[in-house]
Design a protein around this ligand. Structure first.
Ligand SMILES: Cc1cc2nc3c(=O)[nH]c(=O)nc-3n(C[C@H](O)[C@H](O)[C@H](O)COP(=O)(O)OP(=O)(O)OC[C@H]3O[C@@H](n4cnc5c(N)ncnc54)[C@H](O)[C@@H]3O)c2cc1C
Length: 381
């Protein structure tokens, strides 16, 4: 009997895991099914470029089927409950998928209502619609007070708001409205973002570009009429345009299945990536509770670890210790504006030591954006 493998979610982690499993498992040894509610794979890092008028939205989405190997089945439906005890994923339309192995890659979702007034009063680049609306707002922005930052933790891609601040500074200079714009960057913690060494690198650059860093700003409410933001710390910030990253929560299905912590994140073993409640269920990408960046890169390095364990179990052997332990590896580019970027490479034990921003890393990120569709989700790098 072939093993039944269900991959729940067809984003970065899901598409890659399914394709790697298909490459590694001999034909007939497993049935690999990807379950995704949209059937569309979205390259989320591209939202930034859409918002800043550097890319067209058509570039960011692909039919998920076109990214999966022929022997990977795709089901387009919404999972409504994961029944770990009976090894089944219940579907919205009808029925259930039974599995021998389940890989949950349902990602993280912005909680647009997590901060009162956020949805009504602010812009964002954390959804395609949000990025397109922001692009329109920026095209007609004629100067004033621009507030950029993070409205609540956790959120995916920690460097993205900082990248936006640098890139919008460039954008406004190009449009010749920077000299009449005050840019303030709001951070809920004591520095620009969670990674200390990277914050140390970017903060002097922010100062140089006239981007004012406001730390310990935990946004409590946003008043759409007054265009005023109030923090838990008791400060107020008036704005003409606010671009804020909402706090994120885990997927609804995780929360509805009673599997997540209060935020909806899956309790996951940091090395094996097995769910703490079942060794037949793995979680990767943004869905986990791991103390590491929620990023596509995380999912990219986690997928082979899960694949080795599933393949070993099907082949009836012990997993290769060198390939079946995740050590927290993440690699992310960080745009610093002026056509420069740096790179953050780190793991659980080694914080990043980002190199001085340069044109080379900016080009590397640009190239990565271009080759993404041919590489990462297909398991080619
Ligand atoms: C603006 C922005 C910039 C970013 N920049 C970078 C970057 O430079 N580098 C980087 O590494 N990362 C970046 N990221 C983060 C990266 O996009 C995510 O971390 C990555 O997509 C996570 O992959 P995932 O597979 O865990 O989840 P996702 O890619 O979000 O996929 C989740 C999938 O699960 C499906 N799903 C969810 N619930 C259900 C359900 N109930 N039933 C069926 N299907 C379901 C969804 O349809 C979706 O396809 C950025 C993100 C944003 C928003």
């Amino acid at each position: 009997m072939p093993a039944d493998i269900v991959v729940l979610g067809g984003g970065v982690g899901g598409a890659l895991t399914a394709n790697l499993l298909s490459k590694r498992l001999p034909s007939g040894s497993a049935r690999i099914r990807v379950l995704d509610e949209t059937g569309v794979h979205v390259y989320q890092p591209g939202f930034l470029y859409v918002a800043l008028d550097q890319a067209n939205a058509g570039w960011l989405s692909r039919d998920l089927r076109s990214l999966l190997r022929d022997d990977v089945e795709l089901l387009i439906d919404r999972a409504v409950r994961i029944d770990v005890e009976n090894g089944a994923v219940h579907l919205e339309r009808e029925g259930a998928l039974h599995y021998d192995f389940l890989v949950v890659t349902t990602g993280a979702q912005p909680d647009w209502d997590g901060v009162p007034g956020l949805r009504q009063a602010t812009h964002n680049f954390y959804s395609l619609i949000g990025a397109e609306r922001l692009r329109e707002a920026l095209r007609t922005f004629d100067g004033g007070s621009l507030v950029v930052g993070v409205a609540g933790m956790p959120y995916k891609c920690p460097p993205a708001p900082v990248e936006f601040a640098f890139m919008v500074d460039d954008y406004l200079r190009r449009r010749k409205v920077r000299d009449r714009t005050r840019i303030r960057f709001l951070s809920p913690i004591n520095r620009a973002f969670t990674i200390e060494s990277a914050s140390k690198l970017v903060q002097p650059l922010m100062e140089k570009r006239g981007i004012e860093l406001e730390t310990f700003v935990n946004v409590e409410t946003v008043d759409p009429d007054k265009r005023r933001l109030t923090s838990l710390e008791g400060e107020t910030f008036d704005f003409d345009l606010a671009v804020l990253v909402p706090p994120h929560v885990g997927a609804t299905v995780v929360r509805d299945s009673g599997l997540g912590d209060p935020g909806g994140w899956l309790p996951t073993d940091p090395a094996t990536l097995q769910l703490k409640s079942s060794d037949r269920v793995f979680a990767i990408g943004d869905a986990t509770d791991l103390p590491i960046s929620k990023s596509g890169s995380t999912a990219h390095f986690e997928a082979p670890v899960v694949v080795e364990q599933v393949v070993a179990a099907i082949e009836g052997r012990a997993p290769n210790p060198a390939k079946s332990r995740y050590r927290g590896k993440v690699t992310c580019f960080l745009e610093t504006g002026r056509r420069q970027a740096t790179i953050l490479v780190f793991d659980y034990d080694h914080p990043p030591k980002p190199p001085r921003p340069s044109f080379i890393w900016h080009v590397a990120k640009w190239l990565f954006n271009r080759v993404y569709w041919l590489t990462v989700p297909r398991g080619r790098i």
